[in-house]
Design a protein around this ligand. Sequence first.
Ligand SMILES: [Zn+2]
Ligand SMILES: [Zn+2]
Length: 242
Amino acid sequence: MTLRVAERWFEHRSVGDGVTHVWEPHVIPFVRCNIWHVRGRDRDLLIDSGMGMCSLKRAIAALLEKPVAAVATHSHFDHIGSHHEFAERLAHPAEAAILARPSRAATLLEHYADEGTITALPDADFAIAAYAIAPAPPTRLVDEGDVIDLGDRVFEVLHLPGHSPGSIGLYEAETGVLFSGDAVYDAELIDDCYHSDVAVYLATMARLRALPVRVVHGGHAPSFGRARLIAIIDDYLARRRG
Ligand SMILES: [Zn+2]
Ligand SMILES: [Zn+2]
């Protein structure tokens, strides 16, 4: 089957709190990553960057008025594809080697590098067989308790391992906004990747359950509030603790 060329690859929409949701409508929902742009006074944040099948930087140029720090919540292919387009790149030390050398196995791309992953082509020349993730080594390593200061708003790094060893979230205590990556989102959670660890994941979930969040912007699926966060966590704990 020949796929048509998409009219537009990225969509975006403001969700309040100075946050813009960017997504790739022609990527199937299971691997469609939420990309978040956060407006700051002095600098902006970009949290994850999607598949990297075409230029994210060009697509969201209107949003990029200030220097932007591109954070990788972790190193799976669907979250880091366009990181190479951004000069400042933040990630946890436990994901750094994969970002520097993003092999198809280490990024999980080997399971999704076929046309079943997309419903249109980003451009006429795009060949899924040649699709690869470009190296994007972190320029700043961040870990639990580190702070990312945008001038008028401050995000704290939470180390949330389990889905992957260096999964991180960004928490803004002032607004109760949590960007959670793949540690928690409102769809089936993945804890059986080659570098997942269920015991560690359980501890991350217990920790997130106690966090006074107002809204969670996850790595996939729609955003949700604290009551839903607790329900998702309790469901996970019940299934995995037995
Ligand atoms: Zn992931
Ligand atoms: Zn993901």
